[in-house]
Design a protein around this ligand. Structure first.
Ligand SMILES: [Zn+2]
Length: 477
């Protein structure tokens, strides 16, 4: 990483003196020269937008995503299908003339779902829609038949701990937000096992349901019994709650064939447009190529991969090469804990100083509104200025966060400036990790705009006369 002193010198050289954390353009004092320089990119950004939205690149991002999703469907970590999809992206990128196209190996988890079912057997017979959670163990072949205890929260579970032993614990927690509520999915089995539960069923982490279960990762704590765990629908969680409140004894038969197999070798996929003057300095655009094993992984994160790929293919088609390198990375095994990104960070630890800006799209590629960024005061001022260039597609909004992203948070939480694509994604968690994550969640015109936004931001940052500044408050000495 850059030393603090060199960043202060850079900030002074740029004439950037932003004194507030919340970057509004009017709070910034960028030098006139730098403002003028950024504004001078308006014609090239307009050309990128026109080409993607109305020109020769119109529809290509969606069409390529459709070809990919139709050919491979979902792509879970550890599967041969994911590796075939990676080969396809490598060949496709070579065919489009991108530079330095290659895979970089990393060991990834290999969990397989197997067949699974849950049947309510008392007080009446009903088959339930479930999805086992990633990393869950299976049940014995005959399944687990047990009485049910429904709880509203971890605290509720503690209060009812005396009656939890030998039961299937059902969590019927309210949805607050994904970040606030997701610990029920990730730690529910562990907390249930601590009080003697024999399995746990977790209300899906979503604000909306059409009887759809949502899968996802879970992790067992140390020194607790590993019990099978799956998610259930909001509808069934409410039903079980009502039955309990009505005084019934509830019994469920849970059968899960899940298995954890040995790790296998996968790859992060890397494609570039090599910089013309300082190729060692890099702006990264990224998304993850793996998905869950249900639905098609078109939204999570096919869209993110294809706008990142599309940004490079679009710039290539326009013959635009920046002074610095623009690198697309399609991470592997994100869904099992950012495994590909951690591997990449480790293998490229000595190049981090050259990572000027890292971008990721993994919360939907709906109609774009702008960027959520982590960049410190000086960087924030530059981003706000650059985003004004996206006015033709009405995607100029910026939001600052202490760190952003899932895969890229490894870097943004460490002071490397970065941004996550911000879109009209209020329905993202309706589809997330479900059989409904198909191409129907994607829209050709939104993808065109997202590829244009991604290409424009990456190109301008990679081409400016000055390196994008580090967040001086987060730098390690
Ligand atoms: Zn994702």
């Amino acid at each position: 990483m850059l030393l603090r002193r060199s960043v202060i010198a850079l900030v002074l050289a740029l004439g950037v003196m932003c004194d507030t954390v919340d970057n509004k353009v009017e709070d910034c004092d960028l030098s006139d020269a730098l403002k003028k320089e950024i504004a001078s990119y308006a014609p090239v950004v307009q050309k990128i937008i026109n080409t993607a939205v109305n020109g020769t690149f119109k529809g290509i991002t969606y069409n390529e995503l459709a070809l990919f999703v139709d050919k491979f469907g979902n792509r879970i970590s550890g599967s041969q299908n994911l590796e075939n999809a990676i080969d396809y992206m490598i060949n496709k990128s070579v065919a489009y003339g991108l530079d330095n196209v290659h895979g970089e190996e990393v060991k990834v988890p290999h969990w397989v779902r197997g067949s699974e079912s849950a049947t309510l057997v008392e007080p009446r017979n009903k088959s339930m829609y479930i999805l086992g959670l990633g990393n869950s163990v299976g049940t014995p072949p005959e399944g687990i038949l047990a009485e049910v205890l429904v709880v509203k929260s971890f605290n509720d579970l503690k209060e009812k701990a005396a009656s939890a032993k030998g039961k299937i614990i059902v969590y019927n927690q309210d949805f607050v937000s994904y970040g606030t509520t997701v610990p029920y999915r990730s730690k529910g089995a562990t907390e249930a096992a601590k009080v003697g539960g024999v399995a746990s069923l977790i209300r899906s982490i979503t604000p909306f349901s059409l009887n759809t279960p949502h899968t996802g990762m879970q992790t067992y704590g140390e020194n607790v019994t590993q019990i099978p765990t799956a998610c259930i629908t909001i509808e069934d969680a409410h039903l079980l709650q009502r039955l309990q409140d009505e005084g019934y004894t509830i019994k469920i038969l849970l059968q899960m064939g899940a298995q954890i197999l040995p790790d296998v070798t996968s790859r992060n996929t890397v494609v570039e447009l090599t910089g013309t003057e300082q190729p060692e300095k890099v702006v990264i655009v990224s998304g993850h190529l793996d998905s869950w094993d249900v639905g098609e992984g078109a939204m999570d994160d096919g869209g993110g991969v294809f706008i990142s790929w599309g940004a490079l293919a679009l710039l290539k088609s326009l013959g635009l090469k920046a002074k610095r390198t623009i690198r697309g990375i399609f991470w592997t095994a994100e869904e099992f804990g950012y495994v590909g990104a951690y591997g990449y960070a480790k293998d490229h630890a000595n190049e981090t100083d050259n990572f000027l800006f890292v971008m990721e799209s993994d919360i939907g590629t709906f109609n774009p509104v702008g960027l959520e960024y982590a960049a410190g005061a000086a960087g924030g001022c530059i981003i706000n200025e650059i985003m004004q260039l996206l006015a033709p597609i009405n995607a100029t909004q910026t939001r600052q966060s202490p760190s952003v992203g899932s895969d890229i948070e490894i870097w943004t939480s460490d002071g490397i400036p970065g941004a996550s694509l911000d879109t009209q994604n209020d329905k993202y968690f309706w589809y997330h990790h479900t059989p409904a994550d198909t191409l129907e969640a994607e829209n050709p015109s939104a993808l065109d705009k997202n590829s244009a936004l991604w290409a424009s931001v990456a190109y301008v940052i990679a081409d400016l006369s000055v390196d994008f500044p580090r967040d001086s408050t987060k730098l390690k000495n």
